[in-house]
Design a protein. Structure first.
Length: 292
């Protein structure tokens, strides 16, 4: 059931992006739980605008977006609204709530000059972080739209997320409850994976750390997720590498090291086998898509 709901969410995002031209992204308040069962959802968090790419790839502003996101959307409750982010990019933000708490926020972004604060925020970050004014303003003016879709239409198209994500969350909670009741070891395995995803480790290391045989670790993980643990770790690393390839200028060697590969050639081999194209070719193709 989890995989079917996940597939429906991805398909619906593709529809909104492709057929309606909505730049849709998701922000998760419980990333570790969501990505444990559906690591592919990691890619839905990535904003595709060239200005976002520039800011995430500039040392002075890298990481600010993530910090602002969690400070804005998950530290307080809110309703569906149209506003602008810390960099002046306007967007609709649709909260998906569960038991009164915001679980996920859905963003439809990529607009400008409809709110008085948008240009002010843009000017503020240019000055505060000493960014090249002409470059930043060009990215802002060229790639953002001045006419956002009607709020009622956006609400109508985003409403299905409410049902899909809440259902996905309930399935995840159920799976987690069963895991905790049936086998507390599973949660220890998950914690180890997420705490060490940037390090070079394998099933043997998990086994030695948790003091269980590799076969038992493999069996417990597969029973709870239906996935091979080694393949899951690799998939999670590849998803993280995609973001680094898209939104940073880091070398392949550095990216490989950041996601737990000590051999960049082996990383390139695994990446091509998983994605179908080498890392540099993937970077080039996604950069071209971002610039369009």
């Amino acid at each position: 059931m989890i995989q079917q709901i996940h597939s429906d969410i991805i398909s619906y995002i593709d529809y909104l992006r492709g057929s309606l031209g909505f730049s849709v992204t998701l922000s998760f308040n419980e990333e570790e739980k969501f990505f444990l069962y559906t690591p592919e959802l990691y890619s839905t968090c990535i904003h595709l605008h060239p200005l976002c790419h520039y800011l995430k790839n500039t040392s002075e502003t890298a990481g600010i977006c993530v910090r602002k996101k969690y400070g804005s959307f998950f530290m307080k409750e809110f309703e569906f609204f149209y506003g602008c982010c810390w960099a002046g990019i306007e967007e609709y933000v649709f909260p998906i709530k569960y038991n009164g708490k915001t679980l996920v926020s859905v963003h439809v972004s990529g607009y400008r000059d409809n709110l008085p604060d948008s240009r002010k925020k843009l000017s503020h970050i240019i000055k505060k972080y000493n960014l090249p004014k002409e470059t930043v303003q060009k990215l802002y003016n060229k790639n953002l739209k001045t006419s956002p879709p009607d709020k009622k239409d956006v609400y109508r198209f985003l409403l299905p997320f409410q049902y899909m994500i809440v259902k996905l969350w309930e399935e995840i909670l159920s799976a987690e409850k069963n895991a905790e009741a049936e086998n507390p070891l599973f949660l220890k395995i998950v914690a180890f994976i997420y705490n060490n995803i940037g390090n070079d480790f394998n099933l043997k290391d998990v086994s030695e750390k948790l003091q269980y045989s590799s076969s038992h670790i493999r069996h417990v993980f597969f029973k709870q997720t239906g996935k091979n643990i080694s393949e899951y770790i690799t998939d999670l690393r590849i998803e993280k590498s995609k973001e680094l390839l898209k939104f940073t200028n880091h070398s392949i060697v550095k990216i490989a090291y950041q996601i737990g590969f000590n051999d960049s050639n082996y990383f390139s081999y695994v990446f091509k086998k998983s994605v179908g194209t080498p890392p540099l070719a993937y970077r080039k193709s996604t950069r071209q898509t971002l610039i369009k």
